[in-house]
Design a protein around this ligand. Structure first.
Ligand code: MN
Length: 507
């Protein structure tokens, strides 16, 4: 999904030093861009877009960036002192994420040979400060990365930003489909869809379940048979689940049909994310001869579609569905991610932890072992029925979880570092699960999350650092609070209060 994307590199300079230095700047810039691409740390290619020396040049490249779908963001680097008034009009119009790289072509000062010609070519020490000033003056949201351009650490920071920029671009073109409405009376998963589109980019639509049933009716038996065969290859299938003619086999078959219907409907609409509601599954009366509806909550479909990258939120939670999609895009190739719910608590002194699960919908990307495909009775929702699901426990290890809430006057991104510890099977509650200790410990981690107003739903990933969410919040221009090993309740409460003032003033 990163293949057709580009990051544009723009070098700032001026003509003060004559044409020869500018020619050399051009060749240095090209060498740097080629070197950065060749290093293989960035998942997205950088394209050199020229050395700009006037307000007109800058405005042109910014407008081109806005209009080019491939361009997900711009990296600027001020090789010389680039007088920053000429950046005003361009920066005012830039609509793509900006990364300001503070680096220099040359690494170490050549003490014995350095002359004015060298200085004319290695001026970012002051040039990048001039550029930083105008960004601060204009309040331009950006990431500042400082480091030598050949250092892996520098490139890794750019790589994080580029993954987030790709996810941000993806969100600007995201349609979230709600099959059924929000679960009645629930506050935390609701919010202002108009504000979400204005601030976060994605669009949320409703699709009547009756419309989804039109896709369900059209699913061909042969396609369902093929998908069930695929399940048998991918998952541990034992007992009746693997035996044709049994009730369990039929439940799996119906679940596969539901998956094909949901995918077909989402793809027909060009949707990247969806929500479901267990109280809205098609015609209510399963004994009606004209019955068209899911015979069970399509949890298996949600699990598998999440792994494919479709955003998912249960009970109509469209904010989580959109956030999961964003997380999946930036996390590609790094490690698993899943929609999860704070399920139940396990008090155990310093190891007190929160079981993370859902009645069905946990993404198999976080599984420690090959998931088991099982069928069990589920007595929740409008259809109390034998229900297929993937059952597993998650990998132990460090991870991060995030949620977005709507506070009325703004969105708040809440991020918590978590440590996944060994979970156990639940023979009487066969669902997929994770077990984690929120940082800095259960007491402060859960307390701060609750104090900040965080949801019981969140989007979790391995191998995603807080830097990803910092970059996301910067691009989106939303509040972010990060609960981590250094969090204390008194300081955290102060941060929430300060933020309240800041966001009230900046509305
Ligand atoms: Mn839930």
């Amino acid at each position: 999904m990163f293949e057709n994307l580009e990051i544009w590199w723009v070098t700032g300079a001026q003509m003060l030093y004559g044409e020869e230095p500018v020619r050399i700047v051009e060749s240095h810039s090209k060498e740097m861009v080629e070197g950065i691409n060749a290093a293989g740390v960035l998942p997205i290619k950088v394209v050199y877009k020229g050395t700009v020396m006037s307000s007109k040049d800058i405005e042109r490249v910014m407008l081109d960036a806005n209009g080019d779908k491939r361009c997900i963001g711009i990296i600027t680097w001020m090789h010389t002192f680039s007088p920053a008034k000429m950046w005003i009009h361009g920066l005012q119009q830039l609509r793509k994420p900006l990364l300001h790289l503070h680096t220099q072509y040359n690494a170490e000062i050549p003490w014995d040979t350095m002359d004015m010609d060298f200085m004319n070519l290695n001026q970012s020490a002051h040039g990048d400060r001039e550029f930083g000033h105008i960004c601060a003056r204009l309040n331009v949201r950006r990431k500042v990365v400082v480091g030598y351009w050949k250092d892996k650490k520098t490139l890794e920071k750019i790589a994080v930003w580029s993954r987030v920029a790709a996810a941000w671009a993806d969100a600007q073109d995201m349609l979230v489909i709600r099959f059924g409405d929000q679960m009645n009376n629930v506050a935390v998963t609701d919010g202002d869809k108009v504000s979400a589109e204005m601030q976060l980019g994605y669009h949320v639509d409703y699709c009547p379940v009756s419309e989804l049933m039109e896709y369900y009716k059209k699913v061909e038996d042969a396609a369902v048979d093929a998908l069930v065969a695929e399940y048998h290859k991918l998952y541990v299938c034992e007992g009746d689940v693997a035996k044709e003619g049994t009730e369990a086999y039929k439940s799996v078959w119906n679940a596969a049909k539901a998956e094909l219907a949901i995918r077909a409907c989402l793809d027909a609409k060009g949707a990247k994310a969806f929500t479901t509601n267990f109280d809205d599954l098609g015609t209510d009366n399963i004994n009606d001869p004209k019955f068209v509806g899911f015979d069970q909550i399509p949890g298996l479909a949600s699990q598998r579609l999440m792994a494919e990258g479709y955003g998912f939120g249960a009970e109509g939670d469209w904010k989580s569905a959109a956030l999961y999609r964003t997380l999946w895009v930036m996390n590609q190739g790094l490690g698993g991610c899943s929609f999860l719910e704070d399920y139940t608590l396990n008090f155990d002194g310093d190891n007190s932890a929160i079981l993370q699960a859902h009645m069905l919908e946990v993404c198999p990307m976080i599984a420690e072992e090959k998931p088991r495909l099982e069928v069990h009775f589920l007595g929740i929702g409008i259809r109390k029925a034998q229900t297929a699901r993937l059952v597993f426990t998650s990998k132990p290890g460090a991870g991060i979880t995030a949620t977005v809430i709507d506070l009325g006057n703004r969105f708040r991104l809440i991020v918590n570092d978590v440590e996944c510890i060994k979970s156990k099977p639940l023979p009487k509650l066969p669902v997929a699960s994770a077990l984690w200790i929120p940082m800095p410990n259960f007491e402060v981690g859960a307390g701060a999350w609750i104090m900040a107003g965080g949801t019981h739903h969140s989007c979790f990933a391995y191998n995603v650092t807080p830097e990803y969410w910092e970059d996301y919040a910067e691009m989106a221009g939303i509040e972010m609070v990060h609960i981590n090993k250094d969090t204390t309740m008194p300081e955290f409460k102060k941060e929430l209060r300060y933020n309240e003032v800041y966001y009230s003033l900046n509305k």
